[in-house]
Design a protein around this ligand. Structure first.
Ligand code: GTP
Length: 235
């Protein structure tokens, strides 16, 4: 296996599947199966999930809502997604723990780094909910932060595009995909991988980011087994 401990970042939107809003149980079950395959190989898996399928703080602010209020709603949305993913994984007999950056003790464990690492060592999937627990930070930033804290080998950003291109592949047929690219080149070329807070945190801490298509069955396993999937961003 290429990696021992990974942090998988899933977008909330991805959970919508074909829907316009909320959670598609079929998509959730597919993700759980993909994750189970990787856990079965002995890889330690931590997950950060977004909340955009339910609520985005930025969108709320654009409509006149107080940004902090909106971000709190977004954080709670990630907890809802975390609970859903936890259920789907348990349906696949995968042991999981959900830890949240905001204390909601009756619902999930509070985030404690050392406990999270012990869970991972015991083969449990750890889902981190409520982002960083602070407004103005994205779940990408939460993913990088947690990955650094738990000393993950890399961050796998599951998207619907199979990597990083020189131009938008959904708009331009001639777009060229990078197999690997440096953090510096991403910035120089003006490519969008993550927001700058997340991106520079990753760069400073030499945490590779791999962008890949999470919606193709078997991709996650191929990737952690060393297959040439997606695009890797490294120093
Ligand atoms: P070990 O230390 O390996 O025994 O880990 P563990 O998670 O099995 O032990 P613990 O006794 O801490 O947790 C047992 C169960 O309670 C697990 O499902 C935890 O997720 C859950 N749990 C632990 N702490 C909290 C909490 O603060 N709130 C909630 N809602 N559940 C918790």
């Amino acid at each position: 296996m290429q990696y021992k401990r990974i942090l998988l970042k899933l977008s909330g939107e991805a959970l919508m599947g074909e829907r316009q809003y909320g959670i598609d149980p079929k998509r959730l079950a597919e993700y759980a199966k993909e994750i189970k395959e990787v856990v079965a190989k002995g890889i330690e898996v931590a997950i950060v999930i977004g909340g955009g399928n339910i609520f985005r703080g930025v969108a709320g602010a654009a409509n006149g809502m107080d940004r902090v209020q909106g971000d709190h709603m977004g954080m709670l949305a990630t907890v809802i997604n975390g609970l859903a993913l936890q259920s789907a994984l348990e349906d696949e007999d995968v042991h999981t723990r959900l830890q949240t950056a905001l204390e909601i003790k009756e619902v999930a464990e509070p985030y404690i780094k050392r406990k999270a690492i012990r869970h991972l060592e015991k083969g449990r999937v750890v889902i981190f909910g409520a982002g960083t627990g602070n407004p103005y930070f994205t779940t990408d930033t939460a993913a990088v932060l947690r990955a650094i804290e738990i000393d993950a080998d890399c961050i796998l950003k599951g998207t619907r595009v199979d990597g990083i291109y020189n131009t938008d592949p959904e708009k331009n047929k001639d777009a060229i995909k990078f197999e690997s690219i440096t953090f510096k080149d991403v910035i120089e070329k003006g490519l969008k991988v993550m927001d700058m807070t997340a991106f520079t945190l990753s760069e400073e801490n030499k945490l590779p980011i791999i962008v890949f298509d999470m919606n193709t069955n078997g991709n996650l396993l191929k990737l952690v087994s060393g297959g040439k999937i997606g695009t890797i961003v490294e120093n």
